[in-house]
Structures are given as structure tokens and as C-alpha cells.
Design a protein around this ligand. Structure first.
Ligand code: GAF
Length: 387
């Protein structure tokens, strides 16, 4: 039984047991890995993520009343219950319920009309690893109400609604990348997303390359505060040029103002502007199967995150170095996600997966005292109705 099938079995059985009948709908939303384009989304820039075959899966049925009952299979089958007729409020006790409540609340605020639901949810997106388990949860809940009540909501609006829930209800100032790729991903493709227009371009993933994700298992401390500080520094850089977003500042303009800018703010802006350019080039390199170029761009991206944006960590840098030695110029490797720990992503020919696995197993723990987790992924479809 594959991973998705196992999740479907799990939520179907839990639903049957808790709600006394079979669920009418099974819905999934994936996590994501970002190939390149970090901290560019909230600067209205470009990103190149793909949805992965680790996902949140829901079993659900409509109810005749306005109650929403949500069972978290992975949190000891705890149930959250709220009414659509009441003000939906933040819970200080259980964090997971806020992603659900927030999504439902903003669907209502956006004017969608729907009734209650019974929902069992489970997932296998590693949590706190920078692979967007929260976005998968937000998107799967939006998608569930869409299919249960035939809502005329687009995939893009499901993503925007999830982001709004995270920004305004949960209180994390994330950009749109994670929710959008979870809602709109395409099998065997990465999506180049223009985070200003929200236009996407599917870029085929070369069939001869494996997508490897390695979790450093370095705890991501201070993520929210550091993330917000980076956002503020980017906004300060844009404001220096009288602009709202760094997307509207050219590299030449930035370089001309180097002395006038605070040196840290300058480096943050340099990361964002050069990273945007790398995303555009990486999308072309991926499409034309120019692995050498892709590898160079991923390496430059990592260096820029390490030195200019300062969001990597020693453990992450050493993981990247170990992998780079094995894959040489046959692929690419970099940290992926928000940073300060979490995962690296590597693209490599299939026959290098085992040598990379072996090198990391032999060297990473010895160097850092941490034990990695290794995933070989496939690019998969975004949120949808499974059965
Ligand atoms: C996190 C955020 F949620 C995204 O919006 C994005 O900014 C990313 O960090 C960094 O690229 O995943």
C-alpha cells in the first residue's frame, strides 16, 4: 500500500469509528519543497516549488446542522467542535485547531455559504521541518468545504484564504508560496510562481533526476521572530527607494545606494534581488534540462541565504557540503524553506541517491551530533478530491 493509500485507510477508519458511518468524501493537500526562490514571495518576487507526495488527508461528510467537528487522528484523536453560527475564536490551548478554525472563518467572511461538517484528518508532512505542513492543513480544509458544498471557489482563492488565516488568525506573516503550490501543484512539474500576479508556469521535472529532501533535524528556534525581522528589513530596503516591495527595485539601483543603506539591510535586499533572478534562470535551466546551470544556481542561492540573508545554520551548511561532494556537477543542493534549520533539497541522477544517503549517514551525525531523515520525493498534484 502506498503512503497516500495508508493515510486514506487511516482517516476512513477513524471517521467510521468516530462518526458512525462512512465518509462521503476523501480530500488531500500536499506539502511542498521549494527548489529555489527563498524569502522572495513576500517581496512580490518569484519562487519555484513543487508539491510533494507527503500530504494532509481528510475524510469528511456534510452535516445537516451548522456544527463543524474535526478529529485530529495524529493528535490522539482529539476533536474540536465549533458552530458556524458563532464567532469563531482563537484557541490558546491547541494550536492545530486554529488552522482549521481560521480557514473556516475566512471562508465565511469571503461570503461562501455552507453548512456543518464532520472531518477526520491525518497527514505525513514532517512537522516543523520547513515542508509546509501548516499550509497543507489550511488548504485541505478549504478544499474539503469546496467539495462538500460545491463552492465556486478557485484553487487560487483557497490558497489566499489559507494565507489569510495564517496571517490574521494564527499570526504568522508568511507569503503566498506554500498555500499556492499546495493548492495548484502539478504532477511531475515544478511551478514557477510570480508572487505578484499569482500567475504560474508549470516546468517539467526531468525524469532522470530524483528529488531528495534531507531533514537536518536541527530544531528551528526563533523562526517566527527571525522571519518577521527579515520581512521588516526587506520592507525597510524597499521604503528607502520609495517602493512598497523589493520587486520594484533594480539591482543597479540597489548597488548605487549601497553606501546609503544600512549594511545588513543592503545584504538582505541583495539576496532577494539576486534570488529573483536565479529563479527565472533556474526555471529555464530546469525546462531545458541544463543540470550544470541548475546546480550552479542552487549553490549560489545557498551561499546567498548563508551570507546575505543569514538564515542557514551550521548543521544545514555541513549537510549541503556533504551532499555537494557526492553529486559534484551532476545536480544541485541548497537549503529549502524559511530557514534557521529544517531541510535541504537536492536534485540528482537516480544512481547517486544511494551514495548520497551513505555519505550523509557516515558523516552528518559525526560532524553535528544530529541524525538526518532522508526522503526521496515525487512532484505531485495540488489539493483535490481523492475519492
Ligand atoms: C515560509 C513561508 F511560509 C513562505 O511564505 C516563504 O516566505 C518561505 O518561508 C521562505 O521562502 O515557508
Amino acid at each position: 500500500m502506498d503512503k497516500q493509500q495508508q493515510l486514506i485507510e487511516k482517516v476512513s477508519q477513524a471517521f467510521q469509528k468516530s462518526f458512525g458511518q462512512a465518509a462521503t468524501h476523501i480530500v488531500q493537500a500536499p506539502g511542498r519543497v521549494n527548489l529555489i526562490g527563498e524569502h522572495t514571495d513576500y517581496n512580490d518576487g518569484f519562487v519555484l516549488p513543487c508539491a510533494i507526495d507527503y500530504q494532509a488527508v481528510v475524510a469528511a461528510s456534510r452535516r445537516d446542522d451548522n456544527l463543524v467537528r474535526v478529529e485530529a487522528v495524529d493528535y490522539g484523536y482529539k476533536v474540536d467542535e465549533f458552530s458556524l453560527d458563532d464567532d469563531i475564536v482563537f484557541s490558546d490551548h491547541e494550536m492545530w485547531v486554529n488552522y482549521v478554525r481560521g480557514v473556516v472563518k475566512y471562508l465565511q467572511i469571503r461570503g461562501y455559504k455552507f453548512g456543518g461538517a464532520d472531518i477526520s484528518i491525518s497527514g505525513n508532512v514532517p512537522q516543523g521541518a520547513g515542508l509546509s505542513s501548516s499550509a497543507a492543513l489550511e488548504v485541505v480544509i478549504g478544499q474539503t468545504f469546496k467539495v462538500l458544498y460545491d463552492l465556486t471557489i478557485s484553487q487560487q482563492e483557497i490558497a489566499l484564504n489559507g494565507q489569510q488565516a495564517e496571517n490574521e488568525f494564527v499570526g504568522c506573516a508568511c507569503g503566498i508560496m506554500d498555500q499556492l503550490i499546495s493548492a495548484e501543484g502539478e504532477e511531475q512539474h515544478a511551478l514557477m510562481i510570480d508572487c505578484r500576479s499569482l500567475e504560474t508556469k508549470a516546468v517539467s521535472m526531468p525524469a532522470d533526476l530524483s528529488v531528495v529532501i534531507i531533514n537536518s533535524n536541527k530544531k528551528r528556534g526563533l523562526v517566527d521572530s527571525e522571519y518577521n525581522t527579515r520581512r521588516e528589513q526587506c520592507e525597510a530596503a524597499a521604503a528607502h527607494f520609495g517602493k512598497q516591495k523589493l520587486r520594484d527595485v533594480t539591482f543597479e539601483e540597489l548597488m548605487a545606494q549601497r553606501e546609503a543603506l544600512d549594511p545588513v539591510v543592503f545584504r538582505r535586499a541583495r539576496h532577494v534581488l539576486t534570488e529573483n533572478q536565479r529563479v527565472l534562470e533556474a526555471a529555464d535551466a530546469l525546462a531545458s534540462h541544463d543540470v550544470l546551470k541548475l546546480g550552479e544556481l542552487m549553490e549560489q542561492s545557498h551561499v546567498s541565504m548563508r551570507d546575505d540573508f543569514e538564515i542557514t545554520a551550521e548543521a544545514i551548511d555541513s549537510l549541503v557540503d556533504i551532499v555537494k561532494v557526492v553529486i559534484g556537477d551532476k545536480g544541485g543542493v541548497r537549503m529549502t524553506g524559511g530557514g534557521f534549520g529544517g531541510c535541504i533539497v537536492a536534485l540528482m541522477p537516480h544512481d547517486l541517491v544511494d551514495p548520497v544517503r551513505k555519505a550523509v549517514a557516515e558523516q552528518y551525525e559525526a560532524k553535528t551530533g544530529l541524525k538526518e531523515t532522508f526522503y526521496v520525493c515525487k512532484a505531485m498534484n495540488g489539493a483535490g478530491h481523492v475519492a
